[in-house]
Design a protein around this ligand. Structure first.
Ligand code: OGA
Ligand code: MN
Length: 196
């Protein structure tokens, strides 16, 4: 996945502007979407817990998640593949930014119609170990009217706004403020963090 692209230019973008959009093969996104859907049907996804609950959780986010962890279930080939690619990316981030990243954590997320995630940062005071966030989108043929955009902010200014379309992953500094707009369609992703 990532070795075929000029990763250096994406790392430069993260360094300069705090975020970058990287390509992901559609075939891989398709396989992961299929697995996410199958696993979701098994009722093993859970409501995400917030590290700092300042109001009832459903007010802030209402997606359901499943941690991608060999302890939870047997990983399929495409899941092992993406985890290996993300480990390579972790090494590149460490080398480029000259920091130590001890861990990669990631989960599937399913937003059903009407679901959203209000403006927040991933690196909170209670969970400040998250350095880089990423979201691999798994939705083919997503349209603007389907909603579910990811919007990032620099104070009141919109930094970027992207559709959760398959074929791309967004990588950004975990200190960036962002939100997921209410989705009108079932929205699938693989979301994670590189932690220090
Ligand atoms: C998150 C998040 C963004 C997205 O899970 O913390 O902000 O586009 N996700 O799914
Ligand atoms: Mn987030």
């Amino acid at each position: 996945m990532l070795q075929t692209i000029n990763l250096e230019s994406h790392l430069d973008e993260i360094s300069i502007q705090g975020w970058s959009v990287l390509p992901v093969p559609l075939k891989l996104a398709e396989q992961l979407a299929k697995l996410a859907t199958e696993r979701f049907k098994q009722n093993i996804f859970k409501h995400a817990a917030l590290t700092e609950s300042i109001s009832p959780i459903a007010d802030i986010r209402n997606d359901k998640i499943l941690w991608l962890d060999a302890k939870n279930f047997t990983l399929e080939q495409s899941e092992v593949l993406i985890l290996n690619q993300l480990e390579l990316l972790k090494t590149s981030l460490q080398n480029y930014f000259r920091i130590h990243l001890s861990e990669l954590e990631c989960h599937y997320a399913v937003y059903e119609p009407g679901h959203f995630y209000q403006r927040h940062v991933d690196a909170t005071q209670a969970n400040n170990k998250r350095i880089f966030s990423f979201v691999i989108y798994l939705n083919e043929n997503w349209q603007a009217e389907d909603g579910g955009q990811l919007i990032a902010y620099d104070n009141e200014q919109v930094l970027f706004k992207i559709l959760p379309s398959a074929g791309q992953m967004i990588l950004f500094k975990s200190t960036l403020e962002h939100e997921v707009v209410t989705t009108a369609q079932t929205r699938l992703s693989l979301t994670g963090w590189f932690r220090k």
